[in-house]
Design a binder for this molecule. Sequence first.
Ligand SMILES: NC(=O)c1ccc[n+]([C@@H]2O[C@H](COP(=O)([O-])OP(=O)(O)OC[C@H]3O[C@@H](n4cnc5c(N)ncnc54)[C@H](O)[C@@H]3O)[C@@H](O)[C@H]2O)c1
Length: 148
Amino acid sequence: MLKVGLLGAGRIGNVHAKAISAHPGSELVAVSDVAAENAEKLAADYGIAVKSSDAIIADPTVDAVLIATSTDTHSPLIEAATAAGKAVLCEKPVDLSLERAQACLAAVEPTGRPVMIGFNRRFDPPSFGALKAAAQGGAKSARRSCSR
Ligand SMILES: NC(=O)c1ccc[n+]([C@@H]2O[C@H](COP(=O)([O-])OP(=O)(O)OC[C@H]3O[C@@H](n4cnc5c(N)ncnc54)[C@H](O)[C@@H]3O)[C@@H](O)[C@H]2O)c1
């Protein structure tokens, strides 16, 4: 059973809490949020503890952390969690700065810990591909009509 700590109890944090709790191989064990009311509501919904992000990351009984906090906190939390030996699923994007995201990757690699970025479209049916094909089809039609 993978014990998961959730950082961030906002909109997407609540989606992840439901998924972690529903999966037979994972257990949601604690939640943090700088907005105490968000953490307390989610904790009450799932019967789990409210802790600080630092406490969750430092807890040796926590196997993995799911980072669903505001974007500007992702890089430092990924770095802290992997340095503490946790597996990480972090919401997209890694950072608002490409350079900072690259620095985060450089910090994570030596830890050898698995880090995945939650980019839901990667697993969607090919909606973007269909859109691109339709747009290209439209562009060809547009070119055809222009050439007439
Ligand atoms: N993959 C997707 O499709 C998808 C969808 C929605 C959001 N997101 C990403 O998820 C992240 C959160 O989005 P959201 O819509 O849930 O925002 P939100 O504002 O609803 O929730 C963010 C929560 O994080 C908390 N928070 C902020 N800083 C914190 C910190 N240092 N420690 C603990 N908690 C902290 C806030 O108080 C808030 O409750 C964003 O980075 C966003 O880009 C991804």
